[in-house]
Design a protein around this ligand. Structure first.
Ligand code: AMP
Length: 307
């Protein structure tokens, strides 16, 4: 069951209380595929400039990532600079330079057009729509975005919402998009604008899956060391979508399991700078964390016996 992602392929310069990076390979499509490819092959659509280090992409290729939808264009790669607060709970974007993404018009290779699962990673909503138009009959289309696009391309984003099944955003973005500070009301606002499901990522407080009838909460994995939260959301998306693609099952219980696989992947992302956290992660490592989640939230009602 093929899994497609479009998103940024970036050079990130990030400062956290534990250190700094400069031009570290990242971007939504890179974090997504580094995480997702541990569970399922991933097809990537995006663009890099003439200055992008190819070694990282080669590493992804060795892990089953199909990069035939990645174009190399003359010019500078997408660059993002950000600084985290002392407790890593918030970050400030210092600079976003679109570079070659400004002129990019995605054209999907023929073999990508039958993707059953599509993730429109954080990038210009116009490009997200451009990719969606080229996918024939997807079973599930999920989409992420960011304050940058909520502020600069709101109308296009609202148009996109009418064509997707699931919106995956973080809590501050959900508040900004809906204009409502209450996260549960913000989720309902999203559902009223097109998608039938919404995932709201809450950083160290986990993530919520909300649909028309239910709410499911996945906690964050209990880590004692966190170095760099960058990409945790995209890694979450990679785990969530790759689990769904590998099982090809969109039933409510399986969507809940996918949330936990997403949360497990997010935890690997934050343990190192850039995508290094995924270097040696195996499917067995992921399953081990998934098992920890089961223990973390399991309890019996008064008077009920444990199964
Ligand atoms: P996350 O921490 O999951 O929100 O993802 C951070 C990643 O998103 C970084 O690798 C950035 O390069 C990328 N990014 C930041 N701003 C944008 C933007 N406006 N559009 C696309 N990608 C972005």
């Amino acid at each position: 069951m093929s899994l497609l992602v479009v998103g940024s392929i970036a050079l990130d310069s990030v400062a956290t209380p534990f250190g700094e990076t400069a031009d570290e390979p990242g971007g939504s499509a890179v974090f997504f595929s580094a995480a997702g490819s541990i569970l399922h092959p991933v097809q990537v659509v995006g663009v890099i400039g003439s200055d992008y280090p190819l070694a990282v992409l080669k590493g992804l290729e060795r892990r089953g990532v199909d990069l035939s939808g990645v174009e190399q264009a003359q010019g500078e790669s997408f660059r993002w600079r950000a600084k985290y607060s002392y407790d890593l709970s918030s970050r400030e974007t210092l600079e976003t330079r679109l570079g070659v993404f400004a002129q990019f018009r995605p054209k999907l290779p023929e073999k990508f057009r039958n993707a059953r699962y599509a993730f429109l990673g954080n990038i210009d909503p116009e490009l997200q729509l451009g990719v969606l138009d080229q996918v024939a009959h997807p079973a599930l289309v999920a989409c992420d975005t960011m304050n940058y696009w909520i502020q600069s391309k709101r109308d296009m984003l609202l148009e996109l919402l009418r064509h997707i099944d699931l919106l995956m955003i973080n809590d501050s973005e959900a508040r900004e998009l809906s204009g409502d500070w209450n996260i549960y009301r913000a989720a309902q606002w999203v559902l009223a604008h097109g998608p039938r499901m919404v995932v709201i990522k809450q950083g160290e407080h986990g993530a919520l899956l909300v649909d028309g009838t239910s709410i499911f909460k996945a906690p964050a994995y209990p880590l004692q060391e966190v170095f760099d939260p960058t990409g945790a959301g995209d890694a979450f998306a990679g785990g969530f979508m790759a689990y769904l693609a590998s099982t090809d099952d969109l039933s409510p219980p399986n969507l809940r399991r996918a949330m936990i696989y997403g949360a497990a992947m997010g935890s690997f992302a934050v343990e190192a700078f850039g995508v290094k956290g995924f270097d040696n992660v195996t499917p067995a490592d992921v399953r081990a964390r998934v098992r920890v989640f089961k223990e973390l939230v399991h309890f019996d009602m008064d008077g009920e016996k444990s199964a």
